[in-house]
Design a protein around this ligand. Sequence first.
Ligand code: SF4
Length: 226
Amino acid sequence: MLKELIDKFYMDRQRDKEQHHFYITDAGKCPRATFFKFKNAPREKMDARVLRMFDHGDYMQMQILSTLLSLGIVRASEINIPPQELISGRADAIISLGNELYVVDFKSMNSMIFKNLSSAKEENINQLQLYLHFFKIPKGILLYINKDSLELKEFIINYNPTLARTLLEDLSALKNKLDKNIVPQRIPDYPDNWQCQYCQFKEICAAAGENEINWEDFKNKITPTP
Ligand code: SF4
């Protein structure tokens, strides 16, 4: 009774929305999946339990931020990158420690993933690199939270201008494909890449084949005729 109501609340909140600009979380991710998000292509719905878990992660991150605020080391929180055309994003916090500034990004995960985490995850480093780039701060911290035990792990990341430039160039190239309606090719290690395992566009990606194709032609094929 209550469970159904709560599930429905989460499912109703999950609307397919066309994306109009890049988010920092898109950096370094599968360009084809990002293309499909922009075009509002048909996607698998997430179940309500997974959506609740995302919310739960957000609450934990707020709790950690509140601790950092109490420590008096937060110089800014929930801070947007300076406005520019290509991409938008919001860093969790900028802190100062020993006269140095750090951009901090919180990530929460389950025990199993946390236990095996011996270095920062590539996708999180990519995201942090762009924050460092736009805020012009040379160092950042990725702080991982175990959702089950509340243990923490942290990794200090130095700004890598070459990596930041490559990530931005890749997004510009994808913008070009979006404008020209060219669906990018699959990522090279499809379907073994972790992104494919969790991808909401698995089904249409399989139907699209391996190489670049024209979006309008493909859309006509996958859209049922009335
Ligand atoms: S299934 Fe893999 S290659 Fe295809 S869109 Fe998703 S992440 Fe990209």
